[in-house]
Unconditional design. Structure first.
Ligand code: MIG
Length: 790
């Protein structure tokens, strides 16, 4: 046996064209170019003539699109209406060009795609000034240039700011240079490696331990277009239940049931809106999934009824490990139905985790998914609608999952080496598909810790066991920004931090930021101090109340943002690279935590102990949410940010659809509240509504209305209701910021927030601030509604 050295498919020998692309034969292998759409091309290399096209991530096929193939002495050129793929004759090398011939991305000549033994790598030329974003749940800077990463799903308890890998593997990134950009999705679930010019000045590369070189190249003019292409290919989320967008209260763990009830009551007594109480592992009997602790949760149905009456939903912990114990129904039934992961000799694999020695369902097997569903029925029968998939990296004591465990892979047999990265994804899928089919048309909420590209179709993702300190809070923001760029719009972090304990200021700041994130949940580790909104004193309680209430006011806006994620894959929490990819300031570490919450709200996360922050305002004008103060865009400005005033700004010319707050997301009044922020540029926003709980919206049971502010005519229009759903609003309240008096308007002092009881006006006279606004009330109707604002 010789030591493996680098091997390629060699030199161009010839090609054939077919309906969906081109097959290029080379001296030592084959290159296949498949056209998925005019902007999406799949590139595959093989040494032996075989292509492995099985993929859990990809859910689309090549579309019938026009493309031309031309040949000259040196190149083969495949042209769609958006893109040219140029294959060099001689040593195979690929270049992607725009129609006008600009190089968007190209193989590094001389390196190309190559194997060393089983390991396969594609090397791309590092372009001048090239930046890299995405790759999902990866620590570090927004711009990944100069760094390398690994995809290998890992239980990363208490991870640090530079740790890699974490829980999710999503091998998709976006490259940006010279006012050009592209996306690459490497469809290979072996342990994979990305190098963005780390320790070299020649190439960026992606590589896997084994398996095929299959990658998808996405052309696009904007980052959102590329994210939309990627989520077309790997799928998008369905509408989540509205309640899951409310505040979720978690801890490891609330027990016994009496404590859960007290918790629920306290939210109501304190007038802090909340929708969910999460039951972590202690609800189970000795950590065994599908059971209830007979002492601490003796009457689960009674508890659920109580919580339902209080307006709460419940999310339950779902661990994959099934305790090896005869007489435990899930175990007996699982053994009988043969659903577990196995060693090559057919023995079920056992690993140790909370319940003791466990077997693990092979979620890559259809029968196992069906079995998992039959087990979950015990929850859905009780009326539980929320599910939390944890420990699915797979996490076991010892962190040494053997590599020879066999996965069914839906008939494509694989080992841990290929299966591990897919385990969490397929568990999330099994849970989602299972409970969805059991819930009679109601939408489940599903949360997962581990996942792979495409997991957005089945679950929200949270960033696991973060740590209670300021830098970790900001890291969480960047992780969610990056998950959004990687197709996972419904993501969040443990507000307050999981490991360790927050101090009052940190907790307040964390809750303020998290209130403006897609998935909003407070959580903390076992044996830590209480971490509820009221656990840190009266002032912190009021700050938490203020920001939780602000989120609830914004719910019509937030829900509409989720609908954008459903239709186009657009993230809810938006890295500024989505709108300003070529602006160097966006990547500057001073500003790289900033994001847009939807198109119109700029959030500037900042450490809890800082009172002043330099903020980068993108172009346009921006208004403080506290006092309406106006800031010019395209500037960097120092902003005061005492702990009760996270820097948050609204874009001029925009309209925020809002509502009054009740105890949960479904509560409130029958007033639709439109906040209009004056500006020279107008805006349009689609207000999306539906019943919030069924899949009827997929059959037209929704309401869509475009809210347009036409700045030149100073006119606000709410277009006629489209769709079969009729929202229950009776009144439209229009609140005009920075407008002079309009017909029939009343003028008043306004604030989204309520004063802090113990607030010290001497040290900070602008405790929260307020502004003078005009308001107008109109009757709501399904017909077009117009208001002149002159
Ligand atoms: O070994 O269920 O990340 O959120 O509270 C720890 C207990 C298992 C890890 C999760 C965390 C959860 C905890 N779980």
């Amino acid at each position: 046996m010789t030591n493996p050295t680098t091997q390629t498919i060699g030199n161009f020998a010839g090609y054939t064209k077919n309906n969906s692309g081109v097959l290029v034969t080379a001296s030592n292998g084959t290159l296949r170019v498949l056209i998925y759409s005019s902007s999406i091309v799949k590139i595959s290399f093989t040494r032996d003539g075989g292509f492995d096209d099985f993929s859990y991530a990809v859910c689309e096929k090549p579309q019938p699109v026009e493309f031309a193939v031309n040949e000259d002495n040196n190149h083969l050129r495949i042209t769609t209406s958006r893109l040219q793929v140029v294959v060099s004759k001689g040593a195979i090398s690929i270049r992607f060009e725009s129609l006008s011939g600009e190089i968007i991305n190209e193989d590094e000549t001389g390196l190309g795609t190559a194997w060393i033994g089983e390991q396969v790598t594609t090397y791309k030329k590092l372009q001048e000034g090239e930046r890299f974003i995405g790759l999902g749940e990866k620590t570090g800077s927004l711009d990944r240039r100069g760094h390398q990463y690994q995809n290998w799903t890992t239980d990363a308890y208490g991870y640090h700011g530079g740790q890699d890998p974490l829980y999710c593997s999503t091998p998709f990134y976006i490259g940006i240079h010279h006012r050009l950009m592209y996306g690459i999705y490497f469809d290979n679930s072996y342990k994979s490696f990305f190098n963005f010019g780390a320790s070299n000045n020649r190439f960026s590369s992606f590589s896997a331990d084994s398996g095929s070189m299959n990658y998808y190249f996405f052309e696009g003019q904007t980052v959102s277009e590329i994210v939309s292409h990627y989520t077309w290919l790997t799928g998008r989320m369905e509408m989540p239940p509205l309640w899951s967008l409310g505040y979720q209260q978690c801890r490891y763990s609330y027990y016994p049931d009496k404590e859960v009830k007290t918790l629920a009551k306290t939210f109501r007594e304190k007038d802090i809106p909340a929708d969910v109480i999460v039951l972590d592992i202690h609800y189970m009997d000795k950590y065994k999934i599908f059971t209830w602790d007979p002492k601490n949760f003796s009457d689960p149905k009674g508890l659920l009824n109580f919580l339902t009456d209080e307006g709460f939903k419940v999310v339950v912990m779902c661990d994959p490990g099934i305790r090896v114990e005869e007489g435990y129904p899930a175990y007996d039934d699982g053994v009988q139905k043969d659903v577990f992961l196995k060693y090559p000799d057919g023995q079920n694999y056992s690993g140790q985790v909370w319940p003791g020695w466990c077997h693990f369902p092979d979620f890559t097997k259809a029968d196992t998914r069906e079995w998992w569903k039959s087990q979950l029925k015990t929850y859905t029968d009780m009326g539980i609608e929320g599910f939390w998939n944890d420990m699915n990296e797979i996490a076991t004591w010892g962190h040494g999952l053997p590599e020879n465990i066999e996965f069914d892979f839906d008939g494509n047999k694989a080992t841990t080496r290929k299966g591990r990265n897919q385990f969490g994804f397929q568990m999330a899928r099994s849970t989602y598909e299972g409970v969805k089919s059991l819930m009679n048309g109601k939408r489940p909420f599903n949360l997962t810790r581990s996942g792979y590209s495409g997991v957005q179709r089945y679950a929200a993702v949270w960033t696991g066991d973060n740590v209670s300190y300021d830098e970790h809070m900001l890291l969480g923001v960047r992780l969610v920004n990056s998950l959004g760029l990687t197709g996972i719009a419904f993501a969040g972090y443990d507000a307050g931090g999981f490991v360790g304990e927050a101090n009052p200021k940190l907790f307040a700041r964390w809750m303020s930021i998290a209130a403006l994130s897609p998935f909003f949940r407070g959580h903390t580790m076992i044996n830590t101090r209480d971490a509820e909104p009221w656990s840190f004193g009266e002032e912190v309680e009021q700050i938490c109340r203020n920001f939780i209430r602000f989120r609830y006011q914004l719910m019509p806006y937030i829900y509409s943002l989720f609908h954008q994620a459903v239709t186009s894959g657009m993230p809810v929490q938006r890295s500024l690279t989505l709108t300003h990819p070529f602006d160097a300031r966006v990547y500057d570490h001073q500003f790289h935590n900033q994001y847009l919450f939807g198109p119109n709200i700029l959030v500037c996360p900042v450490e809890s102990n800082r009172d002043v922050l330099k903020v980068f305002f993108p172009e346009g004008e921006w208004y403080s949410v506290y006092n309406g103060k106006k800031y010019q865009g395209n500037e960097e400005v120092f902003i005061e940010c005492p702990v009760h005033r996270l820097p948050v700004f609204v874009k001029s010319g925009s309209v925020l659809p809002m509502k009054d707050v009740g105890r949960n997301v479904h509560d409130g009044s029958d007033k639709l509240v439109l906040h209009v922020y004056n500006g020279n540029e107008g805006s349009a926003f689609t207000l999306y509504e539906d019943d919030g709980e069924t899949f009827g919206y997929q059959q037209g049971e929704h309401s869509r209305r475009t809210i347009t502010f036409d700045a030149s005519k100073s006119q606000l229009t709410l277009s006629k209701n489209e769709g079969a759903y009729k929202p229950g609003w009776k009144t439209v309240v229009i609140i005009l910021h920075h407008f002079s008096k309009v017909n029939n308007s009343t003028q008043n002092e306004f604030s989204y927030f309520t004063p802090i009881v113990k607030y010290d006006p001497i040290n900070d006279p602008e405790w929260m601030g307020s502004e003078t606004v005009q308001s107008v009330e109109l009757p709501y109707s399904d017909e077009q509604i117009e208001l002149r604002l002159l």
